[in-house]
Design a binder for this molecule. Structure first.
Ligand code: ADP
Ligand code: ZN
Length: 757
């Protein structure tokens, strides 16, 4: 028999193998060990009984079949194949993403069990009797314990029952010794399944969270109404998509939990997707509170062992609720009835490497195949989702008010041009923001300050020759991190790092200056402006160490930090009841980007961060500093007017032919030289046009240098393909690519891109 196997090699298609007669034919979803070139790999059977197209001679045999049944369920395999096709990536990239890390090496089962030891009653008795049986209570007839045995037994008695023999060995009790004690009946040894539970580890965060869901609590009328509509949709037992459009603080989480309870009651399972790893512990803790230990976590921040164990628990059917980030959309649940995608607009759902899938959209496809309900939750829905809701493809369920009628934050816009005129050109914190902070600190309330740009200074330039300090590998300027002696210039794309020179490398003039500012500078300014305040920073640089993100968030929640300054990370989903002020420094950071989503992203970020204020008993305020106070995304975010923003933005998308009104595929060609990139991209443009046969439905724009024209030493040329029919775009592109196989490795295809930079 011939089978199709997916092997973990990027952009490789399915490979055909022969199952030799002495092996039982593996079912779809089983793992097999196969030769690939000169190597041997573990792959997954994707199809069986395929024809060999008369190439029988060249087809290699399977070496080993690792599973008698499906290791990955055929449903999930089918979902992965859909993903690979839709996002024009190789199945070789996609299938391995479904497997728990250790299964990729084919060693999964060796990790499932381990030998564990525990002291027995006889062992305890022997200890009580002491080294010399003659001095103990009568009746014990065994041989006396020798000194070494006794020490070992004392140690085993002191550790929790079920401690692994490996960890006993690490403490000096050898496997031999354990074996001897076991033969004497003093310890028991058995094979046990060890599940590393990431929830039982002391993850800072959940332990200190106030319960966000309370089954006794009365829902608000709006919540009850929304829940009722969603329950009715779930009750159909059919595929449905609902957009839960609820302002920040409207109590969406409570609705998810109750919806999940009803899904579980009907015997089906729940998949809860969140955009950020940082949000998983809190959300998982809420679900644990409601549903006990049949809740599992899946995300890439877990150790391989933890991920593996959780995956196995799900697969064994011990789990009813999976909470996780985008890759959890492939979790091996068998009976999904509800998929929640919280903060569905969030860019983190899109994987920025192959396969470039959007977890939200794969979730919808999964639900469609499973006949499940998908709930897309957001205060600022993506243009795509809202458009589908407005055109009747999705149900729209609205929460217009915050719970307990808490008001949304009152927003003030500060025009920084006026501020510069009054205070000088170097001012970073406006008067309004400084006053606001002072008042909050006096009242022991907390503040968040957002600047979506890392570093201390964003550029170094020469006043004599106007040259800037640029990355040698990328077409961007280096960002200064640190101050004083610790000062370094770093590229945010390739991590190239250099000393900040004192003379200009171009003209040797001594007039180098720093320009622009990032979160580090704002942190310094805040400490300077409010000397008594406890200020901390939360951005990618501040959380490089594992666990430091959770620690920072829980310290802020516990009131050990007064002012938290950070990038968009501070804007996402968190519920900090004591935050009453949100400051936004340079609200327009993202507006300058040559990206069709720049306005949408700015609107979302500002609305979301303003939504962090006033979630407790005290009302909130937001102060937004900008150089473009008239820009619609800033104006409408400050008025929290989503509907007006959508209408305004839709006009722009229609005029410029961008999603959600057309389908878009971004294609980038990389090359060592600029001319090479442009030539190859041009060739691709011609082939796509030819492949489409001038049907005039597929429009190709380009080639043009990508906005990020050089990255990690490679030049990048771009073509944008637009059309009303995504399949046709993909077919044209695939035809063009298969005509130029040598380009395959240098072409990045991004279907439904989040960004075209
Ligand atoms: P959202 O996700 O919509 O921004 P959350 O679900 O975080 O909002 O809810 C905001 C806050 O309101 C949380 O602290 C939550 O515990 C609380 N909350 C939710 N529903 C109710 C309710 N019915 N009564 C009182 N408080 C509620
Ligand atoms: Zn660089």
């Amino acid at each position: 028999m011939f089978i199709l196997v997916a092997v973990p090699v990027p952009s490789l298609d399915l490979l055909t193998y022969r199952v030799p007669d002495h092996l039982a034919p593996p079912p779809v979803g089983a793992r097999v060990v196969v030769p690939v070139g000169s190597r041997v790999m573990t792959g997954v059977v994707v199809e069986r009984g395929v024809s060999a197209d008369g190439r029988i001679a060249g087809i290699k045999p399977v070496r080993q079949v690792l599973d008698a049944g499906a290791f990955v369920s055929p449903d999930v395999i089918a979902l992965a194949r859909w993903t690979a096709e839709y996002y024009a990536s190789g199945v070789g990239d996609t299938i391995p993403a479904l497997l728990p890390p250790m299964a990729r090496g084919g060693r999964a089962d060796s990790h499932k069990t381990m030998r564990v030891a525990a002291i027995t009653a006889a062992g305890l008795e022997a200890l009580a009797v002491g080294a010399d049986p003659r001095v103990g209570p009568g009746g014990h007839t065994g041989p006396p314990l020798r000194e070494k045995q006794r020490n070992a037994l004392v140690l085993i008695a002191g550790v929790p029952a079920g401690t692994s023999t490996a960890s006993l060995a690490a403490r000096g009790v050898t496997a031999d010794m354990v074996g001897r004690l076991a033969r004497q009946g003093f310890v028991s040894v058995r094979q046990d399944r060890i599940d590393r539970d990431p929830l039982s580890a002391p993850v800072p965060g959940p332990a200190t969270v106030q319960p966000g869901s309370d089954p006794e609590r009365a829902l608000t009328a709006e919540q009850a109404n929304a829940l009722g509509r969603l329950l009715a949709l779930a009750g159909t037992g059919e595929f449905r998509v609902a957009l839960l459009h609820g302002v920040t603080g409207s109590g969406k989480t409570e609705i998810y939990v109750r919806l999940a309870a009803s899904c579980l009651a009907s015997g089906r399972q729940v998949l809860m997707l969140v955009p950020e790893i940082a949000l998983t512990p809190v959300t998982a803790a809420l679900f644990r509170e409601a549903f006990g230990d049949r809740v599992a976590i899946q995300h890439s921040g877990l150790s391989d062992g933890e991920r593996h164990d959780q995956w196995q628990r799900i697969r064994r059917g011990d789990i009813d609720v999976v909470v996780g980030t985008r890759s959890a959309v492939f979790a091996p649940l068998e009976r999904v009835g509800l998929i929640v995608v919280d903060e569905e607009h969030d860019g983190s759902y899109k994987q920025e490497e192959s396969p470039r899938y959007n977890g939200r959209d794969v979730a919808i496809v999964r639900a469609q195949r499973a006949g499940a309900l998908v709930v897309l939750g957001s205060a600022t829905p993506s243009m795509e989702s809202y458009h589908r809701a407005m055109t009747g493809k999705y149900e729209r369920v609205v929460l217009e008010r915050r719970v307990l009628d808490r008001p949304l934050a009152a927003v003030t816009i500060v025009d920084m041009r006026e501020e510069y005129a009054a205070e000088g050109p170097d001012v970073i914190l406006s008067r309004a923001l400084r006053d606001g902070l002072e008042r909050r600190l006096a009242r022991r309330e907390q503040a968040l300050v957002l600047l979506n740009r890392r570093g201390f200074a964003t550029a170094v330039f020469c006043r004599q020759c106007a040259g800037t300090l640029d990355c040698p590998n990328c077409s961007v300027s280096l960002v200064v991190h640190g101050d004083g002696a610790a000062r370094r210039a770093r590229c945010h794309y390739c991590n190239y790092t250099a000393r900040v020179p004192t003379v200009c490398p171009l003209c040797a003039g001594p007039y180098l200056e720093q320009a622009g500012f990032g979160t580090e500078r704002v942190e310094a300014e805040l400490k300077h402006a409010a000397p008594g305040a406890r200020v901390a920073r939360l951005d990618r640089d501040a959380i490089r160490r594992k666990g430091s993100l959770a620690t920072l968030l829980s310290r802020f929640r516990d009131g050990e930090i007064d002012v938290l300054v950070g990038t968009q990370m501070i804007a996402k989903g968190h519920d900090f009841p004591r935050v009453t002020l949100v400051g936004v420094v340079s609200a327009d950071v993202g507006l300058g980007l040559a990206d069709f989503r720049a306005s949408e992203r700015t609107f979302q970020l500002l609305t979301q961060v303003a939504g962090r204020a006033g979630r407790g008993d005290e009302p909130g305020e937001a102060i937004v500093q900008t150089l473009y106070p008239g820009h619609y995304s800033i104006q409408l975010a400050c008025r929290q007017d989503y509907a007006a923003f959508y209408e305004r933005e839709l006009r722009f998308r229609r005029a410029m032919r961008y999603p959600p009104l057309v389908s878009l595929v971004n294609t980038v060609v990389r090359s060592r030289t600029f001319a090479g990139a442009m030539d190859d991209a041009d060739g691709l443009v011609q082939s796509v046009r030819r492949a489409d046969g001038r049907r005039d439905d597929v429009r190709v724009l380009g080639p043009a240098p990508a906005p990020l024209g050089k990255l990690r030493g490679e030049y990048r040329a771009q073509l944008l393909i637009k059309g009303s029919n995504r399949r046709r775009i993909r077919e044209a592109l695939q035809a063009a690519l298969s005509a130029r196989p040598e380009l395959r490795r240098r072409v990045v295809v991004d279907v439904d891109p989040m960004s075209v930079l």
